[in-house]
Design a binder for this molecule. Structure first.
Ligand code: AMP
Ligand code: ZN
Length: 113
C-alpha cells in the first residue's frame, strides 16, 4: 500500500468511488471520466505500478477474471467490450497503480489512439 496513491486510497475507502464489484484481492469502480457508456476500472488492492512489476500469473489472472465478471454483470458480454491496460508514459497511464479498463456499450474503433 502506498499512502499517497489514488487507487490505494480508493481501495482502502479513504476516497469515495462507485464500487460495483469486489473480490478478496480487487475492486471494480466506475471511471470518473467515462470514455464509453460503460467504463469500469478493475483495481487490485495490492499496490503494483505496472505490468512490468509482476509476473504473478495467479494475481494477473484474477484481475482478468474480475474484468470478465463485471462485463458479464453489465451485460457487455452480449455485444462485446474492450479490456485495456495502459502501461507507462507512452501508453498514457496517468495513475501509477495497475488497473484494467473495461469499456463497452458502444462500437469501438481500431487501432486505438
Ligand atoms: P490510466 O490513464 O490508464 O492510468 O487510467 C486512469 C483512469 O482513472 C482514468 O480513466 C481516469 O478517468 C480514472 N480516474 C482518475 N481518478 C479517478 C477517481 N477518483 N475515481 C474514478 N476514476 C478515476
Ligand atoms: Zn496504489
Amino acid at each position: 500500500m502506498s499512502t499517497d496513491c489514488l487507487f490505494c486510497r480508493i481501495a482502502k475507502g479513504e476516497i469515495p468511488a462507485q464500487v460495483v464489484y469486489r473480490t478478496p484481492t480487487a475492486i471494480a469502480i466506475r471511471d470518473i471520466n467515462p470514455q464509453a457508456p460503460v467504463h469500469l476500472l478493475v483495481i487490485p488492492l495490492e499496490h503494483v505500478e505496472t505490468l512490468n512489476d509482476t509476473a504473478d500469473a495467479e494475481f494477473l489472472g484474477s484481475l482478468l477474471v474480475a474484468a470478465r465478471e463485471v462485463a458479464r454483470r453489465e451485460r457487455l458480454d452480449l455485444k462485446g467490450y474492450r479490456v485495456v491496460v495502459n502501461n507507462g508514459v507512452e501508453a498514457g497511464q496517468t495513475v501509477p497503480h495497475l488497473h484494467l479498463h473495461v469499456l463497452g456499450g458502444r462500437a469501438m474503433r481500431w487501432p486505438p489512439g
